[in-house]
Design a protein around this ligand. Structure first.
Ligand code: PLP
Length: 225
C-alpha cells in the first residue's frame, strides 16, 4: 500500500518538486517499505524519534527535521540531519551553527515563516525575518546555510485562504532570491510548503518541496502529533 501510494504521488509531482515522506509516529517497517521502493527523503518532527530511526535504518536516508525544535535537542541530530525545515529564531540558528561546527559540517536550514491565521503555528513574521538576516550574529555563522523558506497554511477547507498564504510565502522567497548580492549567505533553492491536504495547491503556488505523511503511510492515530 505504501509503495503504491508513493508511486502514485511521485508520478503526479512535477520534476522540480522534491517529496519528503513524513514518517513521524510510523514504525521502521513502514519506512523500509518506502526505502525499498527507492525513496530516500523522510521527515520527522521529534528529534528523539528521528535519532532512533537514524540509528536503526540505512545510513543513506536523508532525514528532514520538519517539527518545532527545542535548542537543547539540536545536539542529538547535528551529526546526521540533512535539512532543518523549522528554523524560527536567531537563537535556534545559533545553536544549530554551534553544534554543526562541533561535527565539522555545514547544516542546511530553511527559515520558517508564520503564514497561517492560527496562532498555534510557529514561524517568523516579516520583521523578524529581516532582523535575523541583517544581524551581525547571522553574518558570522559559518556552519549553517539557509537554503530557503518553509511554511504551513491554515488548516481549512477554504482554498482561497490557503492560496493566499502560499502565494505570500512564495513572494517572500522570490524577494530574497532575486537579490543575491544583498544576501550572500543565502542559497535560495527550496520552498517547502504543502502537506497531504494541500500539496497540489502549494505546487501551483510555487512549492519546490512537499512534506506528505498520511497520504503515503495512512492516518496517524493522533492528528496533531
Ligand atoms: C505532520 C506534518 C506534515 C505531514 O502532514 P500530512 O497531513 O500527514 O501529510 C507536514 N509538515 C509538518 C510540519 C508536519 O508536522
Amino acid at each position: 500500500m505504501i509503495e503504491e501510494n508513493l508511486k502514485k504521488i511521485k508520478a503526479a509531482l512535477p520534476e522540480h518538486v522534491t517529496l519528503v515522506a513524513v514518517s513521524k509516529t510510523k514504525p521502521n517497517e513502514d519506512i523500509m517499505e518506502a526505502y525499498e521502493s527507492g525513496h530516500r527523503d523522510f521527515g520527522e518532527n521529534k528529534v528523539q524519534e528521528m535519532t532512533q530511526k537514524h540509528e536503526d535504518l540505512p545510513k543513506d536516508i536523508r532525514w528532514h527535521m520538519i517539527g518545532h525544535l527545542q535548542r537543547n535537542k539540536v545536539k542529538y541530530m547535528a551529526p546526521f540531519v540533512h535539512l532543518v525545515h523549522g528554523v524560527d529564531s536567531l537563537r535556534l540558528l545559533k545553536e544549530i551553527n554551534k553544534q554543526a561546527k562541533k561535527h565539522d559540517r555545514v547544516i542546511d536550514c530553511l527559515l520558517q515563516m508564520h503564514i497561517a491565521k492560527e496562532s498555534t503555528k510557529f514561524g517568523l513574521d516579516d520583521e523578524e525575518l529581516e532582523a535575523l538576516l541583517t544581524s551581525e550574529e547571522f553574518r558570522l555563522m559559518e556552519n549553517v546555510k539557509i537554503k530557503g523558506l518553509m511554511g504551513m497554511a491554515t488548516f481549512t477547507e477554504n482554498h482561497n485562504v490557503i492560496t493566499e498564504e502560499f502565494t505570500y510565502l512564495k513572494s517572500r522567497f522570490d524577494a530574497l532570491k532575486e537579490r543575491p548580492e544583498q544576501w550572500p549567505q543565502l542559497d535560495m533553492e527550496i520552498l517547502s510548503m504543502g502537506m497531504s491536504g494541500d500539496y497540489d495547491l502549494a505546487i501551483s503556488c510555487g512549492s519546490t518541496m512537499v512534506r506528505i505523511g498520511s497520504s503515503i503511510f495512512g492516518e496517524r492515530s493522533c492528528k496533531f502529533k
